[in-house]
Design a protein around this ligand. Sequence first.
Ligand SMILES: [Zn+2]
Length: 501
Amino acid sequence: MSLAVVYSRALAGMDAPPVTVEVHLGNGLPNFTIVGLPEAEVKEAKDRVRAALQNARFEFPARRITVNLAPADLPKDSGRFDLPIALGILAASEQLPAAPLTSCEFAGELALTGELRPIRGALAMVLSAARDRRAFVLPEPNAREAALVEEAQVYPARTLLDVCAHLAGRAPLARCTERPQVTGQGHPDLLEVKGQLHAKRALEIAAAGGHSLLMVGPPGTGKSMLAERLPGILPPMTRKEALATAAMQSLGGQGFDTANWGRRPFRAPHHTASAVALVGGGSHPRPGEISMAQHGVLFLDELPEFDRSVLEVLREPLESGRVSVSRAARRAEFPAEFQLIAAMNPCACGFLGHYSGRCRCTPDQVLRYRRKISGPLLDRIDIQFEVPDVPSDELTRASCGEGSSVIRARVQKARERMTARQGNENARLAPREIDKHCTPDEKGELLLKQAISRLGLSARGYHRVLKVARTVADLAGAERLASVHVAEAIQYRRFDRVRDS
Ligand SMILES: [Zn+2]
């Protein structure tokens, strides 16, 4: 036989569509071509495959070798097709039985020595293959993440020779069944932050309702410390959520470390990050920071220092929980269900309102500094609050408050109430659902009307107050929205007031 077919997968956003690798050996001058829209990296595959076959003591056929990667219009980045191409050549030249190839899918980059190198997005590929009920042979470093897919049959291999011995029936590969438990441990504890009880309360509300939040305060007040502790008070991830989070990190490039299984991600990109780094993109679209933070927390410190155009691209995913990136003719969609937590100084020098009185910024400078953040983005942040600087002697006397596990228990209870009532978090309530679930009592209504005229709340800001009030009520175990809940929620729109005053 001079024709062989091997199955593999490409990556397109979160999808991993099947790719058929056809290898044909023809008569004529020795030649090696790969067709089917190969990118530069696939062309390099030729050299790697040739060297790997020769170093593994196989014969590289001195014939016209044609490799077709089908369908032709799929993006086929990286060296993931090295292994299937090499196996196709071996089968077509009858150095390997062809029949066992049909029950499996293969992916892996070949080192010149014939060893298998890890690839990007193994988890997404195996998720798709499991749906098609095919086994998957992968480089060993990828196997542990791929085996997180319970229904998948994953066979890790170290070298091309190992795969050949498996296919020839001489030394079957052992199926990888090692699965870590979802623990969700390892986040820093809120007990380590002294004082700042008001900020911790805001963090608890944000965690319970899935609300985005903005902290305003001078440097050194522990804004970053507070932010890092948000994942630790979020409810434990479900298996499905953990899998989605792992798949995004596997797609992001470094592979997924199974030690992080079930752990909510915390991503803190620097303010010099580009729009592509933040939301994703590139010629082979990769997820950005917002998708890598799937089901976790995205922390933007020094918010006004981010490029304004970079921040603008956050608006759409903040609303929809998805992001679609396109480049040339290719479009990819990634999930982006992250919780945004941002921090900023109150003014350019950072010390406005500080007890030391050292800020010399003019009101005009303060306003200009705050206007660096666009109104529409600010409108999409549910909770805004100040983190005041506390003199150190006062801080040593301050209590630490409760630990993360105590708060997490309350957060989880509140989440259960939301799920039972409306099936999602309060932050994700649509306007129509807000009318249904967030109607305040008479006193609350009055309070709200006063706040609208005093703060000049936009319609969106008004809805945010109601959603946050709903979460405050859920934490208190209250059925009805009362004025006390509304009053607390209004406090968290402080920035609307100072921005334009
Ligand atoms: Zn200042």
